[in-house]
Design a protein around this ligand. Sequence first.
Ligand SMILES: *Cc1c(COP(=O)(O)O)cnc(C)c1O
Length: 451
Amino acid sequence: MAATTKQLIDWDHRYIWHPFTQMEDWLRSDPVIIERGEANYLIDTEGNRYLDGVSSLWCNVHGHRKPELDQALREQSEKVAHSTMLGLGNVPATHLAKRLIDLAPDSVNRVFYSDAGATAVEIALKVALQYWSLRGEEQRTRFVSLTEAYHGDTLGAVGVGYSDAFHRFYRPVLRPSRQIRPPHYYRWLQGQSAEEALQSSIAHAEDVLEACGGVTAAIIVEPLMQGAAGMWAQPPGFLPAIQELARHHGTLLICDEVATGFGRTGEMFAVDHEGIRPDMMCLGKGITGGYLPLAATLISERIFERFLAPYDKFQAFFHGHTYTGNQLAAAVAVANLELFESERIVSRVQSRTERLRDLLAQHVEPLEHVGDIRQRGVMVGIELVRDREQRAPYDPAERMGARVIEEARRHGVIIRPLGNVIILMPPLSISESELDQLVRVTAAAIDKETF
Ligand SMILES: *Cc1c(COP(=O)(O)O)cnc(C)c1O
């Protein structure tokens, strides 16, 4: 079983196609191969330790090898790993559903499970379409979303998260949504103040809904922080305005909390900051503490009831995945939620948020090529620019983001860029001294590469 690192790299290069990766670059690199995890660190096959600065792509919550989660997994595996939810209930998925509904805003009451953020979004979109059709409003077939939104990589999700650079190849089969300009003023609405950007974004949303509100099945948004766009923060007031517009035009509001859910922004869910009451909510990533693939779409009772009908009307929601409600994943998710309570995770995030803000102000903000820092809770985007005054971006050919994260890795920190934006998204369990390490190494890497 034991293979040398060299052997593993050789097989990786020969047999694996990595996600979101230009494989021509990959094949020329010597990748790090992770073998173990220990709290907030990942350890490779050579024994090198790396701080997991992006929570293993935004999903890890309590660190790796968390004893309570390991134990929940072990105990469930001694009962059963998986049984189908088609025609059967199961114990952990039922407990989890009850807990999720207790935690979520009271506007949502039903849980539909799946196994990825993208599928949680697909389910929300399909439920919305079927709901309107069942209500006799077949004209409501369009979706409204934010420009540069990200909702996952399946075709329906790409339709509401369309970006020409990434998705032009699928354009012929997609039905892109109508897009609202987000209140992102650093790059998008340049020259405007935060308040002006907010007002112009809301005005644009009003125009879009005025034009197509009557044919819109749902508005879908990433609440508070548009993650994959490069951490575009939404100022207070934006979500309430979008909710108000959805109500006014009689359409549904879907909040995609796949990235923002489970404490990341300093509340359990991003919608909690302003008391938003969505009709549907998509959850994924942190739901199992970053252990196993599980996702959930939370749906209002009003929508759910519309699907109730005699069998032979064929109005059921004909959707499911083989691993829907997987018991191992659900058991770990329940243990994850118990930890949120017993370790008061959300209030810890609030104190880490302040610490992180101070560290960024001290070490990162003064750097000449840092144009903007956007933070909500422990989600951070650091935008690098060639010229601060002009907000001039680096040419993609310079691979500035990639160079910075490679330099950080040489100093024991794993982070990921989104273009020229460096993302920091540590596990919620990160300690103050690890936070210090994360920010100092990132600052030094930015300083060195942008010099
Ligand atoms: C990551 C993400 C998704 C997709 O989740 P997957 O599990 O990768 O399919 C959807 N929406 C948002 C906001 C995300 O950040």
